[in-house]
Design a protein around this ligand. Sequence first.
Ligand code: NDP
Length: 340
Amino acid sequence: MTRILLTGASGFIASHILEKLLARGYSVRFTVRSEDKAQKLLAAYPSHADKLDYVLVPDIVVPGAFDKAVQSDPPFDGILHTASPFHFNVTNPRKQLMEPAIQGTVGILQAAKKYAPSVKRIVITSSFASVLDATQGNSPGKTYTEADWNPITWELGLENALNGYRASKKLAEKAAWEFVEREKPGFEIATINPPMVFGPPKPYISSLENLNTSNERTLNFIRGKCKQGLPHSGVFLWTDVREVAEAHILAFEKPDAANKRFLVVSDKYFSNQMIADIIKKDFPEYADQLPEEREPNDGLPEGGCYKADNSRSREILGLSYRPLEESIKDLIGALKEMGL
Ligand code: NDP
């Protein structure tokens, strides 16, 4: 039986990975920060109790944080590392975003090299933030590929929360590739680089009060927080959480995924206007929470915008991408289950 270690299992993306791993028959150990979250995850999968265990890792910044988690009998075949802060509620980007991301990533690689020689591959949740050069604006005509790197530096990351998050993802991913180059461990790595991830959170581990960052905008629209006008969409690229979860598992399973980055991104743009349109059409009970006026061009930049090439994810991982309407409908369905 194949055994996997999944870090940050309480997260939006990781909770889907956990469900898919168990459905495929994997034996899984997960890490979370608190006993309460561990119990919620165990309670969600009673029929998989014999294939599910956990180790608490309260702080991924602490040296050796993963040393215990990676040691297992039977031993692990792979690790999926998702744990990393993704929120903008920070006063100290270095301490709250950059150090946990970078030290958490390097920490799991060090622990695997030292204590888990059976591990063949480690899949790391990176981000399109590691790829996109936000200083270039909408760059119509540009197509980002896995060869692109965000030029953001450590110093720029210290300036504010948004830069801090972008730097945290870029520098953590760079540190992972440099670790493999320098240390030549017995495992290969692969990274998953999605842009904004939407879709249903798991109601047994998520809550309206503590919704993950990328789904917050939809909740804000429904609650009338943007009635006076939608905020800027930020990026116009997105993907569904179920594609991102599937990508992690396929990047572990597929031999050709070794040592590759994957842009896991829908072929179609999204905008806040498009999300508002879906809410109005499929959930008319929230229509009066939204601005009356529509933005021109469906809320997309008039002059066009960069694209991202997802062909590697289709060809090597075999992914296909669902439409925005399905993702937002399922998200709102889950929010209703959570008490909306
Ligand atoms: P969540 O906030 O739902 O999940 C983050 C996970 O990381 C949680 O399990 C959280 O634990 C854990 N975590 C955060 N900080 C620490 C820390 N200091 N020590 C230990 N654990 C920590 O976000 P997502 O599921 O959206 O994000 C998961 C990964 O995907 C992240 O690496 C993120 O950067 C990446 N990503 C997300 C995108 C998105 O749009 N959602 C887009 C691109 C990349 P706890 O539950 O206890 O807070």
